[in-house]
Design a protein around this ligand. Structure first.
Ligand code: FES
Ligand code: FE2
Length: 332
């Protein structure tokens, strides 16, 4: 499964404190915890002894070393997974076969990312707005998480879909009188899918906008479950913002979503910026969760069952790209 060779966001960096944190990725339960150097460890959330959930245990310190202690018989595991101690047999030195299963984990964009397989792809490359941190010209802010009862690809496709603005986001990102969607371009390449030269009429395009405006849009999709939108409203000279959508595919039909903003707005508070994003996503969510099937029909195992219009070129290209990549999680 190609998904196992990719990095996926599983938690916000700020959400992992001293206690172990249970997360789910691609149907597997994982536990995150911090070692003695503050580094993040990601283990399968299953004790190699009798299969108890390690996330129900705790992080203990022994001689300055942080260890994850299983809640059942107290076996202790160090950074890297090695079993350090079996309390019922204190003189025994546990061999490598008693180790917890460890996964690679890295921090990026305020999130912790896990790659299930040891070998695989690099981190997805985000557009420049998200690369340099801190970038003094843009304010970065994480919004979420949102737990959504649908597949990750349905959420990404919705993010790329501009024809819903006038209905789902009426009087915010669109209005009925401007429902017609001007033509735009799509292309796929080594860096993923690009959707460019998009235009939308938006009454309230961002928190600071005071009147409707044409807004120039483009999208980069460097990873099956991640997309970045960059937009520039005609009426707000010099205002250009990017919004990254990061989706953790927890189960085929359940996902955890974060948005990361890169905005030239230093005046609004974190709460105000998050409230705007929250208003918009709260409009998307009931529609997203209503879609059937919850898995995106890309025609993987059977001919795809949905019909398209000319406005759906971005979603048609996204589906084609998922099929080419042979993505299997959350699609049908
Ligand atoms: S199940 Fe974990 S120590 Fe026994
Ligand atoms: Fe939307």
């Amino acid at each position: 499964m190609i998904e196992n060779r990719l990095w996926h966001p599983v938690a916000a960096e700020a959400d992992l404190g001293d206690a172990p944190l249970a997360v789910t990725l691609l149907g597997e339960d994982l536990v995150l915890w911090r070692d003695e150097e503050g580094g993040v460890q990601a283990f399968a959330d299953r004790c190699p002894h009798r299969g108890a959930r390690l996330s129900l245990g705790k992080v203990v310190r022994v001689d300055g070393e942080a260890r994850l202690e299983c809640p059942y018989h107290g076996w202790q595991f160090g950074a890297g997974g090695g079993c350090r101690r079996i309390p019922a047999v204190p003189a025994f030195s546990p061999p490598a076969s008693h180790a917890a299963t460890r996964h690679a984990v890295v921090a990026a964009h305020g999130l912790l990312w896990v790659r299930p397989e040891a070998e695989g792809e690099g981190l997805p490359v985000a557009p420049p707005a998200f690369e340099a941190e801190p970038d003094a010209r843009l304010r970065k802010l994480l919004c979420g998480p949102y737990d959504v009862e649908t597949s990750a690809p349905r959420i990404v496709e919705n993010f790329l879909d501009m024809a819903h603005f006038s209905f789902v986001h009426e009087d915010w990102l669109g209005e009925r009188g401007h429902a017609e969607l001007p033509a735009y371009q799509v292309a796929t390449g080594a860096d993923g899918l690009r959707v460019t030269n998009c235009q939308a009429w938006q009454p309230q395009s961002n928190r600071l906008s005071t009147a409707g405006s044409w807004v120039a849009y483009d999208y980069a999709v460097p990873h099956p479950f991640m997309a970045v939108l960059s937009k520039a409203p005609e009426r707000q000279a010099g205002y250009r913002e990017s919004i990254a959508l990061f989706v953790c595919p927890q189960q085929p039909e359940r996902s955890r979503v974060w948005f990361r903003l890169a905005v030239p707005d230093f005046a609004s508070s974190d709460a105000e910026l998050r409230a705007f994003q929250h208003t918009i996503f709260a409009q998307d969510r009931p529609v997203l969760e209503s879609q059937r099937p919850k898995r995106l029909p890309v025609g993987r195992d059977a001919p795809a069952t949905e019909v398209h219009s000319a406005a759906d070129r971005s979603s048609a290209a996204y589906r084609r790209w998922l099929r080419e990549l042979d993505v299997s999680f959350g699609v049908c």
